[in-house]
Design a protein around this ligand. Structure first.
Ligand SMILES: Cc1ncc(C[n+]2csc(CCOP(=O)(O)OP(=O)(O)O)c2C)c(N)n1
Ligand code: SF4
Length: 283
């Protein structure tokens, strides 16, 4: 696709996501004609036009249902849903919920820019409460908890500005047998440019990249320990020393995934870093 034909604004996070998809999918060993992208409506949902694969720019909120139909009629296809926080969690919330619990082998990529961008900046289901706009906005949905509550079998989070991590997460989605749900933080530099500013925090104390069987270290010399399923942040640690009760990531542990999903979100856990990586994988 000629960049000039793309209708996204200059600087939009969607470009990076598109790039990573284009880079990584050819390595998955599937024939180009066996890959299909299905989207709803929104800026993010324009992505199928811009890939080299088959695609459907579908109906608002219904991409998951269309995708399931495609997969059931031809199980050989690798099916990728592109949806936004508005498309997937407002009008499409019901469809997404049932797609997750149905667990057909499709991949759902939810581009979360915490705003309705295509319609020029209204609050979406994930918009933070302090977002200024002329309509009301309420407590945001915690996407990870939503997916856990829907009995999703694969839940992960990545971000547009970390291409390497994003490519890794796309691969993890691909190899999961069942519905994979990947939330991708995507910057909308026009209507919600400050949404993910905290990620740029110099000391990297507001985010944590979790990896299977690895301890939860983050920021400068910080770690998370777990005492009887109660997490605590400890400071000034030496990563070469043994740390009692250090939290080791175990993506199959539902209780730990539940706690991780609350990080940075719920009042009591607001001071915990925002997690990226595979939050939960049932099998
Ligand atoms: C049936 C219907 N209702 C409402 C709309 C208006 N509409 C278009 S896109 C959109 C929300 C898109 O938000 P999101 O999914 O977050 O996508 P973004 O543009 O932020 O990528 C809405 C409400 C529509 N096109 N069709
Ligand atoms: S309005 Fe926002 S999400 Fe839409 S293309 Fe522009 S920067 Fe991207």
């Amino acid at each position: 696709m000629n960049l000039k034909e793309i209708k996204w604004c200059t600087g939009c996070g969607n470009y990076s996501i598109l790039n990573q998809i284009e880079k990584v999918l050819p390595n998955f060993g599937i024939k180009k004609e066996n890959i299909v992208f299905v989207s709803g409506i929104g800026c993010s949902s324009r992505l199928p036009y811009y890939t080299k694969y088959f695609g459907i720019h579908g109906i608002h909120g219904r991409a998951t249902s269309i995708a399931i139909g495609i997969k059931l009629s031809n199980p050989n296809l690798s099916v990728w849903v592109i949806t936004g926080d508005g498309d997937g969690l407002s009008i499409g919330g019901n469809h997404l919920m049932h797609a997750l619990r149905r667990n057909i082998d499709i991949n759902i990529l939810l581009f979360n820019n915490e705003v309705y961008a295509l319609t020029k900046g209204q609050a979406s289901p994930t918009t933070k409460k302090n977002f200024k706009n002329k309509y009301d906005n309420y407590n945001p949905i915690n996407t990870l908890l939503f997916a856990l509550g829907c009995n999703a079998t694969f839940i992960a989070r990545s971000i547009d500005r970390n291409p390497k991590h994003l490519r890794k997460m796309l691969y993890e989605c691909f190899i999961h047998k069942g519905t994979s749900f990947l939330e991708i933080y995507q910057n909308c530099n026009i209507f919600n440019n400050n949404a993910f500013n905290y990620i740029e925090n110099k000391k990297k104390e507001k985010i944590i990249f979790i990896e299977e069987k690895k301890p939860l270290f983050f920021g400068k010399k910080k770690a998370i320990i777990l005492n009887n399923y109660k997490p605590y942040i400890i400071n000034n640690i030496n990563i070469n020393n043994n740390i009692n009760n250090i939290w080791i990531h175990d993506k199959k542990n539902f209780k730990k995934s539940f706690l991780l999903s609350n990080f940075f979100y719920e009042n009591k856990m607001k001071n915990f870093p925002c997690p990226f990586g595979i939050i939960y994988k049932k099998y």
